[in-house]
Design a protein around this ligand. Sequence first.
Ligand code: PEP
Length: 249
Amino acid sequence: MRKKIIAGNWKMNKTPEEAQKLVEELKALVNTDKVDVVFCPPFVCLPGVIEAVKGTHIAVGAQNIHFEESGAYTGEVSAEMLKNLGVKYVILGHSERREYFHETDEIVNKKVLKALEHDLIPIICVGESLKQREQGITIDLVRLQTKIALKDVPADKAKELVIAYEPIWAIGTGKTATAEQAEEVCKAIREVVAEIYDQTVADAIRIQYGGSVNAGNAKELFEMPNIDGGLVGGASLKIDFSKIVNYND
Ligand code: PEP
């Protein structure tokens, strides 16, 4: 039985002071071991958030890393630095990074390998644009994104990581995929994982849905057989995040 994982992607929101306040408001409400809960604040908020969640079940994730170990990459942050800080997860290949920062599938793959080298758990984002959905290529595209992201990832590491299916047209738009649409793609991702590795890896890997998840739609989405939780943007910055985490209560 896969444990659900519900992660909040705070994106470029909250100062360290504001982050502290949000964690203080949320932490007692989302401190559960029934699901894995992850806060992914901006880099500068990570030390404070890591400190603030000490002694709870809440884990902390970053929103990006560079794929090189270290060196002359001004403005970048390495996997080793984050691991050293106490970060557990890292979101990789978010559609905003693909779109605004030109991250390709190959770059995402390099980042996945670097994260795993430092025992960070990648949350790998895949998903189609509205145009691609209308062209009928959603499944082909997501299969390809998944295959490239997982290139050279050994089975024992693949089992541990998380894939987030995030249709771009649903991110930050208030337009959620139906539970059936989300399930169809998450199932296809699990099938491609089984093709790359085997059924054991496919049964172990956790696949989230992301795209305008809120307190009202979380339960229906998370009850689908191939949806193992959510990657939540906007709603993770509000008290509503606790309703998403506690969707089953
Ligand atoms: C996201 O940023 O990953 C996301 C899913 O955002 P939102 O929940 O706001 O659509």
